[in-house]
Design a protein around this ligand. Structure first.
Ligand SMILES: Cc1ncc(C[n+]2csc(CCOP(=O)(O)OP(=O)(O)O)c2C)c(N)n1
Ligand SMILES: [Mg+2]
Length: 555
C-alpha cells in the first residue's frame, strides 16, 4: 500500500469525514490520492488561518476529530493564531503539514523549517513520521491524544517520501480513552460537605460542562444548593442553559469587578471554569480572601493553577456531578434544604429582574439610528428559531448576548475562547458542517471579519448555508473604549490612531458578493432581523452587513 493511501485509510478508521486544507508541492502526493477518494471530503480554504478556524468550529460543534492539512512552514505559520484559539478551546484537531522529502531537508530547501518544533507550544503532542511503517502507530496516537481528556490539537509532519513510498503495512486500530472519568470518592465527599454547609454558594461553569454534555447534572446541583451559575469571563461554550432561572451570565472581565461579585459568596464551585482568564493586569486580586474554592476539572493543569482549592477533583463533569449532588443531598439537614430553597427563590427573582431590565433597555433602543448593539442582540434573540446555533465574535457588541439570545443546549453557542480574532467567520462554517440540520449564525465584528474574510469563498463553493452578521461599527471599537478609559493623550486629543476602519469604509456587501455569497446591508434593526429570518430559512449562505453606531464613549 502507498503511504498516501494508507494516510486516508487510517483517517477513515478514525471516523474522519472532512479534511480541511490548502495544498502546495509537498502535499501533491496526498492530493493525488484525493483524485479517487470518495469518502473523506477535502474542503479547500483560501488562507490557513481560515482553514484552522473552520476545523476548530467543526471539532467543537461535533466533538469529533477534525483534520487539517497545511503547506510546510508558511502554511503552518499562517494557521498558528487560530491554532492558539483551538488550543484554548480544547478542540480535538489533528493538524498535519506536508514536509520536504527527508533526503532533501539537510540542504534547507525553500519553505522548509523544523515543523514539529514550530507547532509544539500550541499542541498536546508534536511529531514527524520518519518511516512509512510508523505511520499507522503515529496517526492513531495523534487521534487518541487529540480526543483524550483534556482534548486538544496535535501536530504531525508528513514528509513527501513517506506519502510516496509503498510497503506492506499493518494499519493497526484506533484507541479511544473512555472520557467518563469519575472523581475520587474521598474528594467528592469533601466537596459535598463544603457545598452542603455553604451559606452563600456560587457555581462557575466552564467549557468542560458543555463538552461533557452535563447541563442536566449541573442544573440538578445548582437547584439543590440554591446557587446562581456564572460563566467564565471570556466567551465560551453554552456551559449552562441560558434560559434557566439560575443562569447569571458573565462577570465583567476586570479584576475589581470579579472580586466585587465573588465577595458576596462563601463557597465557589468551579466546574471546569478557568480561574481566571483576564485581559488586563490589576493591583486588585480577583479572588476575595476567605472564599472557599471547590475545583472540578478534566485537566489536572487547571486544578489549583492560580488559586489553591480546599478540594481539587480530577473528573468528568457528567460522571462526577451526580456523585457530588447525591452526597450533598444526604448531608443537608432540613434547615439547610430550606435555606437553599430560599436562596433559589431570591436568586431566581434577582436574575429575572436583571434580565427584564436588560430587555427593557434593549427595547427602548430598538428604534434608534444608527443601530445600537443591545437592541440588535435583543431583536436577533427574538428572531432566531429555537434550534439556532450562534457563533460569537462580537467584541464590544457582546454585552448581554447570553441573556438576550437563547443558548439552552450544549451545542447552541460557541464564543471566541482564545481571543485571537478572525476566528468567528470560518468557525461559523465549521459549525454548520458539523450541525447541517440546525440554522447557524455568526455574529462577527467588522474588524474581526477582515482577518479571514476569504473564508467566505469556501462557504459559497461548498454550499455551506450559514448566516454571517457583520457587526459593522467601522472601527476597532473595543480598543477605542479601552484607550479612552486610560484617560491619556488619546482621550485628550480625541485621536485613536490605528483603530478607525474608514477612508475607505469596507464594503462587506460587495466583498461577500465577489466571493460568491449573497449579501445585503441593514440600516435598521428591522431590516437586520428581516434578512436574518430569510437567511436562517436556508437557500445559500447570506452575509448581512449591519450598520452599527460607532460611538464608543460611555453614554
Ligand atoms: C489576531 C489578533 N490581532 C489583533 C487583536 C487585537 N484586537 C482585539 S479586539 C480588536 C478589534 C476588534 O474589532 P471588531 O471586530 O470590529 O470589534 P469591535 O471592537 O468594533 O466591537 C483587535 C484588533 C487580537 N485580539 N487578535
Ligand atoms: Mg468593529
Amino acid at each position: 500500500m502507498s503511504g498516501k493511501r494508507a494516510f486516508l485509510d487510517l483517517l477513515k478508521q478514525e471516523g474522519v469525514e472532512i479534511l480541511f486544507g490548502n495544498p502546495g508541492t509537498t502535499e501533491l502526493p496526498l492530493m493525488d490520492a484525493f483524485a479517487t477518494e470518495n469518502e473523506i471530503r477535502y474542503v479547500l480554504g483560501l488562507q490557513e488561518a481560515a482553514i484552522m478556524a473552520m476545523a476548530d468550529g467543526y471539532a467543537q460543534a461535533s466533538g469529533k476529530l477534525a483534520v487539517v492539512n497545511l503547506h510546510v512552514a508558511p502554511g503552518l505559520g499562517n494557521a498558528m493564531g487560530m491554532l492558539y484559539d483551538a488550543q484554548k478551546a480544547s478542540s480535538p484537531i489533528l493538524v498535519t503539514a506536508g514536509q520536504h522529502e527527508q533526503s532533501f531537508t539537510a540542504t534547507e530547501p525553500i519553505l522548509w523549517a523544523d515543523l514539529p518544533t514550530m507547532a509544539r507550544p500550541l499542541v498536546k503532542w508534536s511529531s514527524e513520521v520518519n518511516r512509512l511503517a510508523d505511520l499507522p502507530r503515529l496517526i492513531h496516537r495523534a487521534a487518541k491524544t487529540a480526543l483524550a481528556p483534556p482534548s486538544g490539537p496535535v501536530f504531525l509532519s508528513l514528509p513527501g517520501d513517506i506519502l510516496r513510498a509503498d510497503a506492506d503495512i499493518d494499519l493497526m486500530a484506533p484507541t479511544r480513552v473512555a472520557p467518563r472519568m469519575r472523581g475520587d470518592k474521598a474528594a467528592v465527599e469533601a466537596a459535598a460537605a463544603l457545598l452542603a454547609g455553604a451559606q452563600r454558594p456560587l457555581i462557575m461553569a466552564g467549557d468542560a460542562v458543555a463538552q461533557s454534555r452535563a447541563h442536566a447534572e449541573l442544573v440538578e446541583l445548582a437547584e439543590l444548593i440554591g446557587a446562581p451559575v456564572y460563566t467564565e469571563f471570556v466567551p465560551n461554550t453554552a456551559s449552562f442553559p441560558s434560559s434557566h432561572p439560575l443562569f447569571r451570565g458573565q462577570v465583567v472581565r476586570l479584576a475589581p469587578e470579579v472580586r466585587k461579585v465573588l465577595s458576596q459568596y462563601d463557597v465557589l464551585f468551579s466546574v471546569g471554569a478557568d480561574l481566571f482568564t483576564l485581559s488586563l493586569p490589576s493591583d486588585v486580586d480577583p479572588m476575595p480572601p476567605g472564599i472557599k474554592l471547590v475545583h472540578l476539572d478534566v485537566d489536572p493543569w487547571e486544578l489549583g493553577k492560580n488559586y489553591p482549592p480546599e478540594v481539587a477533583i480530577l473528573g468528568d463533569p457528567k460522571a462526577t456531578l451526580p456523585d457530588i449532588t447525591s452526597a450533598a443531598r444526604e448531608r443537608m439537614s432540613s434547615g439547610a434544604r430550606g435555606a437553599a430553597r430560599e436562596r433559589l427563590d431570591v436568586a431566581r427573582k434577582a436574575i429575572a429582574g436583571e434580565r427584564e431590565a436588560l430587555k427593557a433597555k434593549a427595547r427602548a433602543l430598538a428604534g434608534a439610528t444608527p443601530i445600537q448593539p443591545l437592541a440588535l442582540l435583543n431583536a436577533i434573540g427574538e428572531t432566531l428559531p429555537k434550534d439556532a446555533v450562534v457563533i460569537e465574535e462580537a467584541l464590544s457588541s457582546s454585552p448581554g448576548i447570553r441573556q438576550l439570545i437563547r443558548s439552552d443546549d450544549p451545542q447552541s453557542y460557541f464564543g471566541l475562547r482564545g481571543g485571537g480574532i478572525g476566528w468567528g467567520l470560518p468557525a461559523t462554517m465549521g459549525v454548520k458542517l458539523a450541525l447541517p440540520d440546525r440554522p447557524v449564525v455568526g455574529l462577527i465584528g467588522d474588524g474581526s471579519a477582515m482577518y479571514t474574510v476569504q473564508g467566505l469563498w469556501t462557504a459559497a463553493h461548498y454550499k455551506i448555508d450559514c448566516v454571517f452578521v457583520i457587526l459593522n461599527n467601522t472601527s476597532y471599537r473595543i480598543l477605542k473604549q479601552r484607550l479612552h478609559n486610560m484617560r491619556g493623550l488619546a482621550e485628550q486629543a480625541d485621536s485613536y490612531v490605528g483603530m478607525e476602519l474608514t477612508d475607505p469604509k469596507i464594503d462587506f456587501v460587495a466583498l461577500a458578493r465577489s466571493l460568491g455569497i449573497k449579501a445585503e446591508r441593514a440600516r435598521t434593526v428591522h431590516e437586520a432581523t428581516d434578512l436574518l429570518a430569510q437567511g436562517v430559512r436556508g437557500g445559500g449562505a447570506l452575509l448581512i452587513d449591519v450598520e452599527l453606531d460607532r460611538a464608543f464613549k460611555p453614554m
